[in-house]
Each structure stands twice: as C-alpha cells, then as structure tokens.
Design a protein around this ligand. Structure first.
Ligand code: ADP
Ligand code: G6P
Length: 489
C-alpha cells in the first residue's frame, strides 16, 4: 500500500543519549567551556539535520551545585542540548561500572570482567541498580521536555532501561531505541544476570534498530530463547503487542568531509604533512583508545610486516592517533600502558637516529587536521576486534577521492558489510594475514585502488547519516500508525 512519509514537515525530535555532542569543562562558578565530544554516536547524530531536534544527555562532568547547574543548562540551551545531571557515585556505578565494564565488553564478545570475578559478581546488583536509577533520571528529563507528538529516540547500551521507563510514564509517547554497538549472539547475552529485564525494557519501545541484519537477528533470537516470545519477520510479539525490529545501517555526513578538503586550513595541514613524510608511504589508524579497536593487534601486525620486509623499513610509517577514552575504567588504563610498551619496543627495534616507524599520539585531532590526515595517507588500518559499525572507515573513504588510498578493514566491524566490496577485509586476530594485507595494500596498482575506492565512495556518499535518521523516524511513525490501525480492527 501507500507509504506514509513524514519527512516533509519539521517534526520535533528528542534525541536521548548518554553522551551529549558537547562535553563541558568548568572555568569558574558559573562559567563553562563546551568542547566537541568524540565518538561514533556523536558523529552520526550530528549529521541529522532535517528535524527540529533537542538533545538530552550527560555533559560528562559532575556539577553538584545549583549555580553551576543553572549556568551549564543555559550554555547548553544555545546548542539545543538539555543536561541530565548525574552525581559522582551514579557515574561511577552506572557509567564506569555497568555500562563500560559490563555491557560494553560483553556486547563486543570480550566477556564479563575476568579479574576479580567474585568482586564483580558481588557488585553487579548495585551497579545494575545505579543503571536503572540513571535511566529513571533520563526519563524524568525527557518527560519534562516532552510535547505531544514528539518522537523520542533513545540511543545505545547506556539506555536500555529507558523505553520501559518512558512508556510507564506515558504510554502514548512514540519511542524508538537504537543500538550503536553489536548485539551479540544470544549465547553471550544469556550470561548477563540482568538479561531478562533489559530485553523486556527494550521491547517496550515501538521500534528497535540495529546497524546490521545480524545484530537484529541476534536480538530476536535472544527474545525467543531467553524470554520465550515469538519472533516474526516484522519483530517480536508479546501478548498481541508487536515491537518492530529492523536494521538501519548508519552513515556519515559525507558532504561535510568532502567540502572541508577545499578549505585553506585543511590544505595547509595537507601541505605540511606531505612535506614531513615525503618519500615514505603513510598508514593511518584513528581510534578511541579502546580494547575493541584491536590497537595492539594492529601494531603487532605492522611489526611483523617490517620484520619480514626489510626493504620497506624507513619507507613506511604508521600514524596511530588514539584518543584516550573512559580513563577511569581500569581495563582502559591497562590498555594505554600496553600500547605504549609495544610502540616503544618496535620504535626501538626499527627506528633510526632520524626516523621512527610508528608515530603514536594519545590525543584527539581537530576536524581540519583529521580531514587532512585522511586525505594524504596511503592506507587506513581499521582492525576492530568487534565494532558496531565503525565510522572512521567511512570518513577515510569520503576523503580519498583524489588519492584513492586503500582501506584495510576488520571483518568484525559492521562496516565490513557495507564497505567489504572495496576494502581488504582481514581477521584482526590473524597477525600474519594483516601483515600480508599491509604489503598487498602498499603494493597495489593504481587501477585496482581506483576500482576499490570507487565502490566504497559511492556507498559512503549515498548512505548518509541524514538518510539513516530520516528512515528510522519515518519507520517509527509508520509503525505507530499501523499499531493504531490494528487495535481499531
Ligand atoms: P566509536 O563509535 O567506537 O567511537 P567510530 O569509528 O564509529 O567508533 O567513530 C569514532 C568517531 O570519533 C569518528 O567520527 C572519528 O572521527 C572520531 N575519532 C576517533 N578517534 C579520534 C581521534 N583520535 N581524533 C579525532 N577524532 C577521533
Ligand atoms: C561509542 C558508543 C557511544 C559513545 C562513544 C564514546 O561510539 O557507542 O555511545 O558515546 O563510543 O564513548 P564515551 O564513553 O566517551 O561516550
């Protein structure tokens, strides 16, 4: 039948995510500086333009006093952001604990924390309680700002409890939930002590979205096997209520990157980089310093390549830009020292008085520097052990129209399903295979590079963040109309 399309009018959209697009730094009692937040979720949602959007989330900072809270809310209001204030203890138990020490590693197949297993088991319940409490606080703020007809779009593993909280407050609210990470096999999800409650809460949403068809299928089979519900091609049915479940692969605002390459600032950065690395091939890694990104594996593969190809030593350099993230979580601290140790060893082994094979930076780059790096490098290395989508790979492709560099991409990133045709796909655990692929990429003839790049470029410019959001919201509207029709019948 006819498809309803709500895209024409500017619909009010409340985006709810743990992380706001800006994070706050305090400068005085009532003075705040706002900095761009880093991460795939923020990148995707910044590309969403056609709605009348308000963003509800945490500003990444503890603000215990009322003066500070008021001043911050005012500063954020100019960016159409609404803060959720979480106290230090909640952040510790909910964000560092339940979200980033339990859900994140589990959803990426790393498993539950191994060390100190008993302590983790004991603190599990209090962390889950904090998680639920934090989700209730988000629900309070949504409720306060909700107007009839708004679409409420909840994001990511931090807020799996939110759809239920919202529907309990107002059953008419249009609620969507989207997961930016993989949803793991039901055999993995089963390990979670809170497996039932989380699934049930997500099912309270009207529409549930994932990056890939596989993640959606895993979710449906978790509902079937763990909750005993019926899964249909449309979604999951519980006592006559259908929750729609589907895949909506995200993209980037590709035009923003393509246009940026013309800016004089970006061109200047490009010139400097080209001079600096003249005569050498340059490989690039850009990641949050996260255990899922396979950074140690990537560097070890590069070492193997240098070991086996003495003729390439001094002729190739790896730039690894790794922005520190979630630094209060012990696993992340360990990873930082591990990466530093490996980089130091390899530079000691293959460096000379004037050059080292790996430049490792623990920082983020601003947008212009990042675009310049994407544009001038010969190979990008994305070796995630698991990754919901991975937008760095999209950004690299968007910036390579003139150079036609090679993307080496983990088969365990969601992006492998969309950029697989043009990228060299690798198993990041197989250091021999990645080392071989590095050689293959560096030696690839121009016509093959061009063909591969063209494939991926076409995809990146036609599957944008704008399109992703429009499709999700439109589908959510349709789902609700269909549900109303069903109940009238
Ligand atoms: P994740 O969602 O796990 O953070 P993605 O690859 O999907 O991974 O998205 C990461 C986003 O963060 C991209 O938009 C990328 O440009 C940005 N980013 C990651 N690392 C850095 C860095 N070191 N400097 C600047 N931006 C970064
Ligand atoms: C991933 C998650 C996002 C998160 C981002 C950065 O992209 O899916 O939800 O915002 O990483 O992590 P952080 O903990 O700093 O928000």
């Amino acid at each position: 039948g006819e498809r309803l399309d709500f895209r024409a009018s500017k619909q009010r959209l409340l985006v709810v995510a743990n992380r706001l697009p800006v994070s706050a730094v305090r400068h005085g009692e009532d003075s705040w500086q706002l900095e761009m937040s880093v991460g795939g979720l923020v990148t995707a949602l910044l590309g969403v333009k056609e709605f009348d959007t308000r963003w509800i989330g945490w500003a990444g900072v503890n603000v215990p006093d009322e003066i500070g809270q008021k001043a911050l809310a005012k500063a954020l209001d100019e960016k159409r952001c609404i803060p959720v204030f979480l106290d230090e203890e909640v952040v510790h138990q909910y964000y560092n604990g339940y979200c980033n020490n339990i859900l994140w590693p589990l959803f990426h197949y790393i498993g539950l924390p191994q060390e100190d297993r008993l302590a983790t088991t004991r603190s599990f319940q209090s962390q889950f309680d904090a998680y639920k409490k934090a989700n209730q606080l988000f629900a309070d703020v949504v409720n306060e700002h909700y107007e009839e007809g708004d679409v409420v779009w909840c994001h990511d593993y931090h807020l799996m409890f939110l759809p239920k909280c919202l529907k309990e407050r107002n059953s008419k609210m249009k609620v969507g939930w989207f997961l930016h990470t993989p949803f793991p096999s039901s055999e993995i999800h089963r390990m979670l002590p809170s497996r039932l409650e989380l699934l049930r809460s997500v099912l309270a949403a009207d529409l549930v979205g994932f990056h890939t068809y596989d993640y959606a299928r895993h979710f449906v089979s978790a509902c079937t096997r763990i909750l005993g519900l019926e899964g249909t091609p449309e979604g999951v049915e519980d006592q006559g209520k259908l929750t729609r479940i589907a895949a909506f692969p995200v993209g980037i605002d590709s035009e923003r990157f393509i246009k940026a390459l013309e800016l004089p600032e970006v061109q200047d950065h490009m010139k400097v980089l080209k001079q600096r690395f003249a005569g050498r091939k340059v490989m690039l890694g850009v990641d949050r310093l996260d255990m899922i990104k396979g950074i140690p594996q990537k560097i070890l593969a590069f070492e193997k390549f240098l070991e086996e190809n003495p003729n390439w030593r001094n002729k190739v350099v790896l730039l690894q830009i790794a922005v520190p993230t979630r630094t209060d979580v012990p696993e992340y601290q360990k990873l930082t020292s591990q990466v530093h140790e490996i980089v130091g060893r390899i530079n000691g082994r293959f460096g000379s008085l004037t050059a080292v094979p790996i430049h490792h930076l623990d920082r983020s780059l601003d947008f212009h520097e990042l675009c310049a790096l994407y544009a001038v490098t010969d190979v990008a290395l994305v070796t995630s052990l698991r990754d919901g989508m991975n937008l760095v790979s999209y950004e690299y492709v968007a910036c390579q129209e003139s150079k036609k560099g090679v993307l080496i991409l983990s088969e365990f990133a969601g992006a492998a399903q969309s950029l697989g045709a043009g990228a060299i796909l690798v198993n990041p655990w197989n250091v021999t295979e990645v080392a071989y692929s590095i050689g293959y990429a560096l030696n690839m003839p121009a016509d093959e590079r061009e063909k591969r790049h063209h494939h991926n470029f076409k995809h990146v410019i036609s599957h944008t963040a704008q399109e992703w959001a429009a499709t999700f919201v439109s589908e959510l509207n349709v789902t609700i109309v269909e549900a109303q029709l069903r109940t009238r019948q």
